[in-house]
Write a protein that binds this ligand. Structure first.
Ligand SMILES: *Cc1c(COP(=O)(O)O)cnc(C)c1O
Length: 345
């Protein structure tokens, strides 16, 4: 096929920062080793861009949510290092796990029975200690179908790790209470924010996601974590407005004077939602305010303070996640996972 012309938007992934973040989280995990949540295409940043970097940094435990996320990760790491958080819902899922050698996380008594009836084998076990999403209840650990499992990692998941909440200590206590009642090799509780709660929460393995990709769940991470993802796009047209001209859908911006503007090749279809209205792009140190509403494929910016910027030049959306979350009222998780498929990564 004819080669594609160069793109006009890209997601710059700072692989050094990603490797740094994994190492920092691994160090912050103390005696525990850090794994990596790589579900949702590495939180939107791209499995192919991120998983080899995490692997080369030393990560050996990778978590996805869905079975259909396995093949992409499997191209980079061995099957035995991949776990599927949603577990086997059907005989087909169990057969796929067995054929690939990927480890299922068992989340219910029904899944435990399904896994055993289809042949059993190594698995992880999720115990619900209060988030009430997935996982067997603490009462169910003594069920014969659970006792029959070959559990590699006994795990639970914190609901409020990014807050100073009593819930954390309560979940920790419940988790510790079930440990003697089910045979297992290792234990795991903390997500990114959980790592910051201290050594009691680390166990053998931590499971950061957000902080790997530049998220700062609590102040404790502020200095340790570096920004990884930078959305950048080309200016595909510059225009001169006269005083009184309006910009974009519903004409929400009116030019107070004659001014020069640029049309950036990026929009809400790329995950730059309308919540960014009133924000700005950057060209080097120069701030370029967003004018009017964000469109599906375009955003118009004010070039008044950057007369040298021309069509074809690139601009960057400031995407330091804590700041961006504050500005847009989106969560840091949403800001990452919403980034669209048109970005080259
Ligand atoms: C997504 C997920 C993680 C990672 O959580 P972060 O808050 O992104 O660090 C860890 N464990 C489980 C079970 C998850 O679903």
């Amino acid at each position: 096929m004819t080669e594609l012309p160069p793109p006009t938007l890209r997601l710059d992934i700072d692989t050094d920062a990603l490797a740094h973040n994994w190492r920092a989280l691994d160090a912050m995990s103390g005696a525990a080793r850090a794994g990596a949540a790589v579900k949702a295409d590495c939180y939107g940043l791209g499995v192919d861009a991120c998983v080899p970097v995490l692997r080369d940094a030393g990560c050996r435990d990778f978590f996805v949510a869905h079975w259909n996320e396995v093949p992409d990760v499997l191209r980079h790491v061995p099957a035995a290092q991949i776990a599927v958080l949603h577990g086997p819902l059907s005989v087909d899922d169990a057969a796929f796990a067995r054929a690939t050698g990927v480890i299922p996380v068992i989340d219910s008594v029904r899944q435990a029975k399904l896994w055993s009836e289809t042949g059993g084998g190594p698995c992880h076990l999720m115990v619900d200690t209060g988030i009430n999403r997935l996982g067997i209840s603490t009462r169910e650990v003594t069920e014969p179908s659970i006792q029959a499992l070959d559990v590699r990692i006994l795990m639970s998941h914190l609901a409020c790790a990014d807050e100073d909440s009593d819930m954390n200590a309560r979940q920790l206590a419940s988790f510790k209470a079930v440990m003697p009642h089910v045979r297992h090799r290792e234990t795991s509780l903390a997500n990114s924010a959980g790592i910051g709660l201290g050594g009691d929460y680390h166990f053998a393995l931590t499971r950061p996601g957000l902080a790997l990709y530049g998220g700062v769940p609590t102040k404790a991470f502020d200095d340790a974590i570096r920004q990884v993802a930078r959305p950048q796009a080309a200016i595909i047209q510059t225009r001169l407005l006269s005083a009184g001209d309006t910009v974009g859908y519903n004409a929400t911006f009116t030019a107070p004077t004659a001014m020069r503007v640029g049309v950036v090749s990026l929009g809400y279809a790329d995950g730059i939602l309308r919540a960014w209205g009133g924000g700005h792009f950057k060209h080097g140190d120069i701030s370029l305010p967003i004018l009017g509403k964000v469109s599906m494929d375009m955003i118009v910016i004010d070039l008044t303070h950057a007369p040298e910027i021309a069509e074809g030049d690139w601009v960057e959306l400031p995407y330091h996640l804590p700041n961006a979350a504050q500005q847009t009222s989106l969560s840091q998780y949403e800001l990452l996972t919403v980034l669209g498929r048109r970005f080259t990564r």
